[in-house]
Design a protein around this ligand. Sequence first.
Ligand code: FAD
Length: 501
Amino acid sequence: MNKILIIGGGLGGLFTGALLAKSGYRVEVLEKNTVAGGGLQCFKRFGKTFETGMHILGGFEEGGSLYKICSYLGIMDKLSIRPTDDDVIDSITYLHDGQTYDIPKGRRQVENYLVSKFPDEHDGIIEYFDNLYRLSEEVDLFYLRESNRHMLQHSEQFLWSADRFIDNYIKNPRLKELLAYMNPMYGGVKGHTPAYVHALINVLYINGSSRFNDGSQQLADLLVDVIEAGGGCVHKGEEVTAIRVENKLVNYVCTANGNIYRADMYISDIHPCSLLNIIDETAFPRAYRSRLESIPNSYSAFTVYVKFKEKKFPYINHTCYCQNGADMVWNLWKYDESRDWPYGFMYMTPPSRNQDEYATRMIVNCVMKYDVVEKWENTRTGCRGDEYNGWKQRCMERVIDKIDMLHEGFKDAIDKVFASSPLTIRDYYGAKEGSIYGFSKDCTNMALSQVPIATKVRNLLLTGENINLHGICGVPLTAIETVEAIIGKNVLIKKINDVNK
Ligand SMILES: Cc1cc2nc3c(=O)[nH]c(=O)nc-3n(C[C@H](O)[C@H](O)[C@H](O)COP(=O)(O)OP(=O)(O)OC[C@H]3O[C@@H](n4cnc5c(N)ncnc54)[C@H](O)[C@@H]3O)c2cc1C
């Protein structure tokens, strides 16, 4: 087995491809868009570069998982990354009472900061962080440790819901909310999102958050270089439209351009439900198909992109979260045109390599459910009609009004502004229901949200955000698991750790 074909050149497809190329495989990637990267993809509008789906990074500090993986691939020193400020990695503002909390970098620093704000909760805060880090320790892959452990060996709290986990240690309602402020970073849903997801994402960012200078495309391009250096190729503008299977083996795949590709092994980085639409119906048992179709997806997002006038708006070197009122953090995805949407949002000013004190751009992400735009789901980008455009404009104005309340002069600083909706995400990434993080993890039905890497089609594996965890940390870690399904358990982790000794 030598040649491997990857369907989808997103974060997962490119990391899996680069890691395989490093292990001596010839990798071909088929990407439907004209630019590779998926969530790493950037686009230019009004002369400025904007990121689509990778604004906040974790794990790139020295010794972090991404630092180690990228060092192994030989690309770490080529990336231009800016850490957020040590004294504030995230600020959270509650609009209804004007309170702002500035979360610092580092476990002890966050503990001390929260104890200073909520002294009555001292013991609960210490216990909460002890257990948060303990949960993260239960996932060997998160720390790139060799492992043969399985899900069943986890502690009981691992599969509690995130809100129950917080409630267990904390009494103060504001502190409970504050500890859940990263909900939009993992699609948190009350009673459903497992405590371990909450723990991994929080630990990831508390240990060190950062952002790309001049956008995330640089990582996609470097991963393509690694694939090409191994004799492989990333074909852009090649949308896979059919996967032909015979005797439980993929025989070949066809693309919209009429090309046919064959390989020894195939890996899918696209949403599993999109895979079902293009693979022969007989490839998978009916029960497997209906299981994949029935897994709920995480919510989507409405994003506002701002280009600033020159030297009008300050550059902010941390992420800002804002919430309208009490108890909003678990209800961000609710949309009611007649009420005060958005109930909460996050915004950041992306940096440049030569960043000065002024911001050139802002990206605002507001959680939104797909059903808000369902009535336009049969339309395509640029041709969605006046009603949709009017709705989008109204949403955009509401977001701008909110930020203007937080930053005086914000409206005057805007040069250009535009927005994307859950339909944009659906069409751009091919993500079911425009989901930002793919399949939801649900602690009330973990069996449903566990999608194995191996499939019943013997030469077809899965990778990407739907398999384990999403995002800049979860997807590369799943790429390791997918590669190890081919080269052997713990083989790659050992190599990565050897390089980083
Ligand atoms: C608005 C938004 C903001 C986000 N912000 C962050 C963030 O700040 N930090 C973070 O860590 N994560 C963030 N994420 C999540 C992160 O982007 C995803 O978890 C990650 O990109 C998923 O990687 P993937 O490889 O599974 O999917 P993708 O990166 O989406 O890759 C899938 C690829 O498959 C391609 N494709 C689909 N169908 C076909 C086909 N038929 N043929 C060929 N190619 C096909 C798509 O074009 C795409 O390139 C964000 C996501 C969104 C949507």
